[in-house]
Design a protein around this ligand. Structure first.
Ligand SMILES: Cc1cc2nc3c(=O)[nH]c(=O)nc-3n(C[C@H](O)[C@H](O)[C@H](O)COP(=O)(O)OP(=O)(O)OC[C@H]3O[C@@H](n4cnc5c(N)ncnc54)[C@H](O)[C@@H]3O)c2cc1C
Ligand code: SF4
Length: 455
């Protein structure tokens, strides 16, 4: 069934222009000049701020001496997804946010772009920097092939484990492939990066859903340790009247289309409303505008100061001409003949801050109004994968639906370890990588570190 009205189609050149990389690759000259600005701090705050603790001064120094292979090795040994992270990390609040240049009133070193520059060299020339460890006779499985599992699998392979990854998607990479805004990274970039993990001998079993195509019992029988890296589930529903109308999408579902379909094939309304104000909502509204939607509204029940999206993401949406409806909440989705025709909203008033300092909104009677839209996107967070986790006997679940783990990322069932979004509740790619690596070390320690004892 078609939408009531769709955005006009753009030329192929216009789509490519709209989704061009917001942080393009550096030239050799730019990279060397930028690397030369680094002060090579002792106890570098950027390294401390990076969840994977990449030795930033060391890799930048190697760029400045022309040793790109050594630089990439420095990055990828700490973070096998260093290429993606160079493109998608919120560097403003991580490494670059901690750069001492801020104290001097100067622009921070462009760590993300330098990182990408070094790893581009490895990917472009198909260089093999790492090798699987000597086989230790143990087998590890990873459920999911998102950043957390890829990092866990790579680390285990380097320790000498025989590793298999199971994912229900066609392509590896998880949200890195299917979720991250196309102007930051394309699906092909993420899939190419998974090849670095394949090169370590890790076996990928795509289109295999654990719990359906292969049972937990089968995994437990075949593997010594199992990593759960299943991420989060679908977008929460709003439970509004009219939410089942055609033209109401979950944010993940809509964004995935922009990653797996050609841009001209992605159906988008002429007028779009997006509910929510986190980073995912920004990805929705910027994608809708770049696909040609003429009017895009971001609807948030609190005010601008309470917006959860990072400031630079908000700036992107402002630059794209999105309209922000603060202190506004949806009441019902309106439709005709089963298709979205509008969204009824009401203004809100914010109360006093609660214990967490959040001001709770209350609808103001009589302020209802109607927005004329053809598509409504829910961007109010992803559900936890509670049903999946509950199916594993012994695995405990926290009150927020995340999986309960100890210091070495081990769950209540000693054979299962976990990390990434399903354990941290939803953070960034770099956090998932850090979790996956920590879990691999936890698994290895639990199994008696067979590579160290020679068992
Ligand atoms: C729209 C969006 C935009 C984002 N943008 C950014 C960004 O710009 N920068 C950034 O750093 N982070 C971003 N993130 C966050 C980042 O993508 C996640 O933190 C990260 O991907 C989490 O990795 P993960 O491995 O834990 O889970 P995921 O990436 O979600 O991977 C989980 C994998 O598990 C698989 N799976 C689930 N259940 C099963 C099963 N039963 N059997 C087999 N496989 C299964 C799934 O198919 C999936 O491939 C974004 C997230 C979203 C939703
Ligand atoms: S992985 Fe991300 S946070 Fe860490 S140094 Fe690289 S760009 Fe910065």
């Amino acid at each position: 069934m078609p939408l009531r009205d769709t955005a006009p189609k753009l030329s192929p050149e216009q789509y490519e222009k709209n989704f061009a990389e917001i942080s393009p690759a550096m030239t050799a000259r730019q990279a060397v000049t930028e690397a030369a600005r680094c002060l090579y701090c002792f106890d570098a705050p950027c390294t401390i701020a990076c969840p994977t603790h990449i030795d930033v001064p060391a890799f930048i120094k190697k760029i400045s001496t022309g040793n790109l292979r050594g630089s990439a090795r420095e990055i990828l040994s700490a973070n096998i997804l260093g290429h993606s992270c160079g493109r998608v990390c919120p560097t403003e609040v991580l490494c670059e946010g901690a750069c001492v240049m801020h104290e001097k009133g100067e622009a921070p070193i462009e760590i993300g772009r330098l990182q990408r520059y070094a790893v581009d060299h490895v990917l472009a020339d198909n260089l093999q920097l790492f090798h699987p460890g000597a086989p230790n006779g143990k087998r590890g499985a990873c459920i999911g092939s998102g950043p957390a599992s890829l990092a866990c699998a790579a680390e285990l392979a380097k320790f000498g484990y025989d590793v298999s990854v199971y994912d229900r998607n066609e392509q590896p990479g998880g949200l890195n492939t299917y979720g991250i805004a196309a102007y930051k990274s394309r699906a092909t970039d993420s899939v190419r990066e998974a090849d670095l993990v394949k090169a370590l001998g890790v076996k990928f079993c795509q289109k295999m859903e654990v719990g359906r195509d292969i049972s937990f019992a089968q995994l437990e029988k075949s593997f010594d340790a199992i990593f759960i890296g299943v991420g989060l589930g679908e977008t929460w529903a709003l439970n509004l009247p009219g939410e089942d109308l055609h033209g109401v999408y979950g944010a993940i579902e809509f964004i995935e289309r922009t990653k797996v379909q050609a841009f001209h094939e992605v159906e988008v309304g002429r007028r779009v409303a997006c509910i929510g104000a986190g980073n995912t909502a920004i990805d929705v509204v910027t994608a809708a505008r770049r696909l040609g939607a003429e009017a895009v509204y971001l609807i948030y029940r609190r005010g601008e100061p309470e917006m959860p999206a990072f400031a630079y993401e908000y700036e992107l949406a402002k630059r794209d001409g999105v309209s922000f409806l603060w202190q506004t909440q949806p009441v019902r989705v309106l439709g005709e003949k089963g298709v979205v025709t509008g969204l009824e909203c009401v203004r809100t008033q914010l109360g006093l801050p609660d214990a967490k300092g959040r001001r709770n909104p209350a609808p103001v009677p009589g302020t209802e109004f109607r927005l004329d839209v053809d598509m409504v996107v829910r961007a109010v967070g992803q559900k936890p994968t509670t049903d999946f986790l509950k199916a594993i006997k012994g695995v405990e679940i926290n009150s927020d639906g995340t999986v309960k783990i100890n210091d070495r990322h081990q769950t209540g069932h000693s054979k299962y370890f976990a990390g990434g979004d399903c354990a941290n509740g939803g953070k960034e790619v770099v956090d998932a990588v850090a979790d996956g690596m920590a879990a691999a070390r936890g698994m290895d320690a639990w199994l008696g570190s067979p590579r160290a004892t020679g068992r």
